[in-house]
Design a protein around this ligand. Structure first.
Ligand code: PLP
Length: 412
C-alpha cells in the first residue's frame, strides 16, 4: 500500500503563473484580436551572443567525432568550467577553490534540493516576499505546518518581511532559526543587500550556528560597485553560507540550463565538522544527479571567457535600460516604484491601497499590460506588483506607453 507524501497537500493552491495565464486568456477571449503587453514572467528574450554560440557549436561538433566524443563528465562539473568559475570569483576578490563548485542544470533545482542536507526539524527563515521554490521545497520536506489562508503564511516558518521601511531587505530574526534563505539582488522586489546588511546575517548565522542559503542568480545585474555580488564577499561567510547561482539571467541560459552551487569546505552546522556538508552535497550530487549537459557546460565556459563576459554584460545592459524605461515611465504615470536599478525587476506599489490582484486586473483591463501580483510571492508582497525588465525594447516601450496613456486612478 503506497502512501503519498502528505506534505504536498499543504502546498497553497495554484501556482502564480498559471493563474496569470488564465486571467490573460479570459481577457483575450472577451476581446478577440487584442494584443497583450507581457511584463510578467522573468524569462530572457535576447538571442545568445556570437562567442557563446561558437562555444556551444564547437562542443556539438566534437560530439560528432570519435576522437573528441565525451560522455559523462567530471562529477562536480567539467574541471575547466569549475576553474573558470573560480577565476570569475577571483576577479571579484573572492577565493573559492574549483572543488567547492558544484555545476548543475540550473539554480532552481539546487535551491529546491539543498534543504535535503538538513534535518526536518530545522527552523527555516524566509524572506517575504520570496521566489517560491525556497518555501515550497521546505513545505514538501515537512518543515512546516499548514497554510493559513487568512494570513497567507505557513505555520512553522519565520517570515522576514521586506517592507518600504527596511528598503525591502529585512534584518536577521530576533529568535533562533537554523536555515536562512536570502536572495540578493532580490526576486521579486529588486532590492539589493549592502555589505552591512549581509554582514549582519553572517554574524547572526555564526552566533547561532545557522546556515545561510544565498541565491545570487541576479548578481551580474549589480552595477553599483559598493554592493556585494556574492555572500562570500562578506568576512566569515565561508563558515556559514552556501551560494546558489545560475547562467540563466547572467547569460540568457534560461533554456540552455546551467548553474552552480558553492558549498565551502569550512561550512559547518551545529552538529557537523567543517567539510562534512561539502562531502554530503558531493555524495548527494553523484548519486541523484548525473551532471549538466556537456554542451551547456561548454557554453558556460564560453560565457566566462573575456569576450563572452563582455557580450553577456552588454545584454544585461540592454535589460537594465529596459528597467530604467519602466522605472521612469511608471514614476511619471504617478506610481511609486522601487528596485530596477541593480536588478531586472521593478517593484511597484499599488495605488489607492488596491490589493495586488485588483491592480493586476486594472492594468490588464485598462492598459492590456500583464504584470505579476506581488501577493503571489508571499503575504508581504500584497499591495505590490512586480514588473519584469526582460523583453524586447519595443514591447517594453509599448507597455510603458500604454500605462502612461490609459491607467486611470485618482492620485490623492
Ligand atoms: N533564483 C532566482 C531568484 C530566480 O529568479 C530564478 C529564475 O527566475 C532562479 C533562481 C532559477 O534559475 P535557473 O533558471 O538557473 O533554474
Amino acid at each position: 500500500m503506497a502512501i503519498i507524501n502528505n506534505n504536498y497537500r499543504k502546498l497553497s493552491a495554484g501556482y502564480l503563473f498559471p493563474e496569470i495565464a488564465r486571467r490573460a486568456k479570459t481577457y483575450q477571449d472577451a476581446h478577440p484580436g487584442s494584443m497583450l503587453h507581457k511584463l510578467g514572467i522573468g524569462n530572457t528574450t535576447e538571442p545568445l551572443p556570437e562567442s557563446i554560440l561558437a562555444g556551444l557549436h564547437e562542443k556539438v561538433d566534437r560530439l560528432g567525432k570519435a576522437d573528441t566524443y565525451t560522455g559523462y563528465g567530471d562529477e562536480q562539473g567539467d574541471t575547466p568550467l569549475r576553474e573558470a568559475l573560480a577565476a570569475y570569483y577571483k576577479d571579484m576578490g573572492i577565493d573559492i577553490s574549483p572543488d567547492e563548485f558544484f555545476v548543475s542544470d540550473g539554480a532552481k533545482a539546487d535551491a529546491a534540493n539543498i534543504q535535503s542536507l538538513f534535518d526536518e526539524n530545522n527552523v527555516v527563515a524566509i524572506q517575504d516576499p520570496a521566489y517560491p521554490v525556497y518555501v515550497d521545497s521546505n513545505v514538501v520536506s515537512g518543515r512546516t505546518g499548514r497554510f493559513d489562508k487568512n494570513q497567507g503564511k505557513y505555520g512553522g516558518f519565520v517570515y522576514l518581511a521586506g517592507t518600504e521601511e527596511n528598503g525591502f531587505f529585512p534584518t536577521p530574526p530576533e529568535g533562533k532559526v537554523d536555515l536562512i534563505y536570502l536572495c540578493s539582488p532580490n526576486n521579486p522586489t529588486g532590492a539589493v543587500a549592502t555589505h552591512e546588511q549581509l554582514q549582519a546575517f553572517v554574524d547572526y548565522a555564526r552566533n547561532h550556528k545557522a546556515v545561510i542559503i544565498f541565491d545570487a542568480a541576479y548578481a551580474e545585474y549589480i552595477s553599483d560597485d559598493s554592493l556585494p555580488k556574492s555572500i562570500f564577499a562578506i568576512p566569515g561567510a565561508r563558515e556559514c553560507a552556501i551560494e546558489i547561482n545560475s547562467f540563466s539571467k547572467f547569460a540568457g541560459f534560461t533554456g540552455v540550463r546551467l548553474g552552480w552551487t558553492i558549498v565551502p569546505k569550512q561550512l559547518s552546522a551545529e552538529d557537523s565538522k567543517p567539510g562534512e556538508l561539502h562531502a554530503m552535497w558531493f555524495r548527494r550530487q553523484v548519486t541523484f544527479f548525473n551532471g549538466a549537459s556537456n554542451i551547456a557546460q561548454a557554453g558556460g565556459l564560453a560565457v566566462l571567457s573575456k569576450q563572452g563576459l563582455a557580450q553577456s554584460r552588454a545584454i544585461i545592459q540592454y535589460y537594465m535600460e529596459n528597467a530604467r524605461i519602466i522605472r521612469e515611465g511608471l514614476q511619471s504615470a504617478g506610481l511609486t516604484v522601487y528596485g530596477g536599478d541593480n536588478a531586472p525587476y521593478v517593484w511597484v506599489k499599488t495605488p489607492q491601497g488596491m490589493n495586488s490582484w485588483e491592480f493586476f486586473d486594472q492594468l490588464l483591463n485598462q492598459c492590456q499590460v500583464i504584470v505579476t501580483p506581488g501577493s503571489g510571492f508571499g503575504s508581504a508582497g500584497e499591495h505590490y506588483i512586480r514588473v519584469s525588465a526582460f523583453g524586447h525594447r519595443d514591447n517594453i516601450q509599448a507597455a510603458v506607453q500604454s500605462i502612461q496613456n490609459n491607467l486611470v486612478f485618482s492620485k490623492e
